[in-house]
Design a protein around this ligand. Structure first.
Ligand SMILES: [Zn+2]
Length: 376
């Protein structure tokens, strides 16, 4: 949405300019790309927001606007107008020469400069990481806003189960003490969709709180979603336990490995019926489950490990936890933390051995959720 005129002045298309005005302006001016200095056309259509575009087949590393979807232009325009309206200094697509990066917007407030990226299309995750790293090197913390994924756009507000792709997962942000959040914007309905207090189960599945906020009511710094209230906590627990039950049922029904299935073998050796796995096995202990396995699976393996090594939660040391974690694929550091949290949880139950485990009931499970994750 920016270009240079013949005398080198940088111009930004404002949302206040009328289309007829722009068409007239186009007839009497030449425009150049601020990146490569090539001539660009001012496109003024009836559907897409007015923008500058290179000539066809011209590749420009500083390229912008062209190839952008209608949604991207609309979102960028909405956000730009939003910042102008609330009186926050904002620039559209400023080019950082030393970074060779052009954020969609650059906001300046008393904390400094904040690049804002509105991402509509799936780009390689490494590009997101390298762009973020570029900004951070220059002392700026960017805010990425993802276009609300279509599959979750129409979901009702409140507690629900969300499936996030690897690409979408790369937009999750963790803040303390609020937990894991996901900020998206939907230009079609001019509103933000928040997915907050996310609790990862396994694979792509999360339980979280979905809320929407019309851009008219947005503030900056962006509004932070509230923690779940008591009813919502109860919904988290109900969903988590329903998914746990479903997992256990599927695990028994779709067992193709027979006695070689590690989960069922562990159950057998510990004399536990898989369908009656105690509630204290298979609980969330970190916001993101760092194992590929469901918590039921790796926690049962942990209990089995204690049993076979003749250890108790009082006597297991960090080295043993290390050797346990080595049996799994995935990020070792966070798996270690998850195991230590699980050990601490078992300690809190005053568990001496498997035989004299204190009763752990659904009510305590809700308390655990609320203390550990959701209502800090
Ligand atoms: Zn160019």
């Amino acid at each position: 949405m920016t270009a240079k005129t013949e005398d080198g002045t940088i111009i930004t298309l404002s949302t206040k300019m009328r289309r007829e005005q722009l068409r007239e302006w186009r007839n009497s001016n030449l425009f150049y790309c601020p990146g490569c200095n090539d001539t660009v056309h001012l496109k003024v259509g009836d559907i897409v927001i007015p923008h500058f575009a290179h000539k066809k087949d011209k590749s420009c590393s500083a390229s912008f606007s062209e190839g952008e979807s209608k949604e991207h232009l609309q979102g960028k325009h909405d956000l730009f107008t939003f910042f102008e309206r609330i009186g926050v200094e904002v620039k559209l697509e400023p080019y950082f020469n030393d970074l060779a990066q052009r954020p969609d917007l650059l906001v300046t407030n008393n904390t400094g400069q904040i690049p804002i990226e509105f991402q509509c299309s799936a780009i390689p995750i490494k590009h997101i990481k390298s762009r973020t790293a570029g900004y951070k090197k220059a002392g700026m913390a960017p805010i990425w806003i993802l276009h609300t994924p279509r599959k979750i756009m129409a979901l009702p507000q409140g507690v629900g189960i969300f499936q996030l792709s690897e690409f979408e997962k790369s937009f999750l942000t963790e803040t303390f003490p609020k937990g894991i959040n996901f900020l998206t914007y939907n230009p079609q309905f001019e509103r933000f969709h928040y997915f907050s207090s996310l609790l990862h189960i396994a694979g792509r599945r999360y339980i979280g709180l979905h809320r929407t906020l019309p851009i008219k009511k947005q503030i900056f710094p962006f509004a932070q979603p509230k923690n779940p209230n008591e009813d919502e906590l109860q919904n988290y627990a109900t969903l988590f336990l329903a998914m746990r039950k479903k997992f256990l049922r599927n695990r028994i029904l779709h067992n193709r490995k027979g006695v070689n299935d590690p989960f069922l073998r562990n159950c057998y050796e510990l004399r536990i019926l898989p369908s009656e796995l105690p509630l204290w096995i298979g609980i969330p202990v970190t916001h993101i489950n760092p194992f590929r396995e469901h918590p039921c699976e790796w926690q049962l393996a942990f209990v089995h490990f204690l049993h076979s090594e003749k250890l108790t939660v009082h006597t297991i040391c960090d080295d043993f936890i290390c050797s346990f974690v080595k049996n799994f694929q995935g990020p070792i550091d966070t798996q270690l933390i998850a195991c230590m949290n699980y050990r601490d949880f078992l300690l809190s139950l005053n568990m001496e051995s498997l035989d004299n485990i204190a009763n752990f009931e659904e009510r305590q499970f809700i308390e655990l959720l609320s203390h550990k994750f959701l209502a800090k």
